[in-house]
Design a protein around this ligand. Structure first.
Ligand SMILES: Nc1nc2c(c(=O)[nH]1)N[C@H]1C(S)=C(S)[C@@H](COP(=O)(O)O)O[C@H]1N2
Ligand SMILES: [Mo]
Length: 413
């Protein structure tokens, strides 16, 4: 076909497409004529491949971004929040995974990175990245939640689900089971706790129970199909599925095996929970079951009565989610939500409930149940048990109020 032939052909098929579309449109709305059914982007060839060679999302979607925790901008101990209100499915795109770092993100050349494993081991060993990547590997989907997630809800109220619950992500993580590496060094029968230390300026150090180290702890070098992002611990991080995010030490440089917890700064002052009787709990490492409705959620606008699919996510550090209930009347009555497969252990589980909104004000809630039978508490149950003086591990039922005009706001119900 010559160029002019092809043009003629395109013009003819354009006319055909216009006729077809016009019929389709007329069938739904006679008052909505189609001015030109073949738009510009159909009449001209699109971009060739490899522009750019590392792909980007549509520029129409670039408003979906991490945001700093309000009031904590540009400090070295900073955090950014996952835009949960725009999450579809359970995988957090790597560029939207929340960040929490206490001493900034270090720039580590992978070939210079080392992991030392020492203490109560038969053979203290130093590993480079190439050596670690030669071990048998494993890939698993797990959520990661900062234990400070939702802490603002104890006494205050965040506006959007990004602000209230955004210290949460879910990725496919690839690496070596920590147990495999410990088999290589050998561990002394007296070993009870491990120290994990980061190579960042914060030198983050946490104590890990030996049971966890030998169970599902991973030395992770890849995330969502590619090497870790710098802010997620490149080139190597610890991942402790279901544990508070803080213990998943990033930029991991050292593991020391010992007999007792190492009582680091993070576990004597920071990551403890002050109880109503004035004592403080230490090593509350497991993240309890929790859920939140992402749509409709705070700051969103429901456009008029009619069909609304209530969508959210649930997770538990103790295993699989077995049930999520949804209420549209502030917890007076509940309906079981549909759980989206796959339902994986220590992983986000997406849920949904179809709902016909009649336009009357409503309070939307979700509550998660995990395979241990644990049910996510109401806000008043949580406060009755914990008081109002602790900061971490807030996992109460979240309430979103839908007003008659469709506006959604955060309320404490
Ligand atoms: N070395 C090091 N590891 C760290 C931290 C840090 O500041 N330094 N922050 C911790 C905290 S508090 C959390 S919640 C998680 C966050 O992981 P992410 O930034 O990959 O989301 O990393 C943990 N690991
Ligand atoms: Mo954290």
């Amino acid at each position: 076909m010559s160029t002019s032939d092809r043009r003629r052909f395109l013009r003819r098929s354009a006319g055909l497409a216009a006729a077809t579309l016009a019929t389709a449109r007329a069938a739904t709305s006679a008052a909505d004529p189609v001015p030109d059914a073949v738009p510009e982007w159909t009449r001209t060839p699109g971009h060739p491949i490899l522009r750019p060679p590392y792909g980007e999302r549509s520029y129409h979607e670039t408003g979906i971004v991490r945001i700093p925790i309000p009031g904590r901008v540009n400090t070295m101990s900073s955090a950014s929040l996952t835009p949960l209100q725009d999450m579809r499915g359970i995988v957090t795109p790597s560029g939207l995974v929340f960040e929490r770092h206490h001493g900034g993100v270090p720039d580590i050349p992978p070939h210079e990175h080392r992991l030392l494993v020492h203490g109560l081991v038969a053979r203290p060993l130093v590993f480079g990245m190439e050596e670690l990547m030669r071990f048998p590997s494993v890939s698993r989907m797990h959520f990661l939640e900062c234990s400070g997630n939702t802490a603002g809800e104890w006494k205050g109220k965040g506006g959007t689900v990004q602000v209230t619950h955004g210290l949460l992500s879910c990725c496919e993580w690839t690496g070596v089971p920590l147990a495999v590496v410990l088999q290589e060094t050998g561990i002394d029968p007296r070993a009870q706790w491990l120290l994990a230390e980061g190579a960042d300026a914060a030198a983050m150090t946490r104590s890990i129970p030996i049971e966890k180290a030998l169970d599902d702890a991973m030395l992770v070098y890849a995330q969502n199909g590619e090497m870790l992002r710098p802010e997620q611990g490149y080139p190597l991080r610890l991942l402790l599925p279901g544990f508070e995010g803080n213990a998943s030490v990033k930029w991991l440089r050292r593991i020391k095996v010992g007999t007792a917890p190492f009582m680091t700064r993070e576990e004597t002052s920071k990551y403890t929970d002050l109880m109503p009787d004035g004592t403080a709990r230490q090593f509350t490492l497991t993240m309890e079951a929790k859920s939140v409705i992402l749509r409709p959620s705070g700051g969103q606008q429901v456009r008029g009565p009619g069909f609304v699919e209530i969508q959210g996510v649930a997770w538990s550090g103790r295993g699989r989610i077995t049930r999520v209930d949804v209420s549209v009347d502030g917890g007076r009555s509940w309906r079981a939500a549909q759980l989206q497969e796959p339902v994986l252990t220590k992983c986000l589980t997406a849920f949904r409930v179809p709902w016909q909104w009649n336009g009357a004000p409503a309070v939307l809630q979700s509550r998660a149940v995990d395979e241990t039978g644990y049910m996510q508490p109401t806000r008043s149950q949580l406060i009755a048990a914990r008081g109002l003086d602790s900061y971490y591990h807030y996992n109460a039922i979240q309430s979103w109020q839908l007003a008659a005009d469709g506006a959604v706001t955060n309320v404490h119900a």
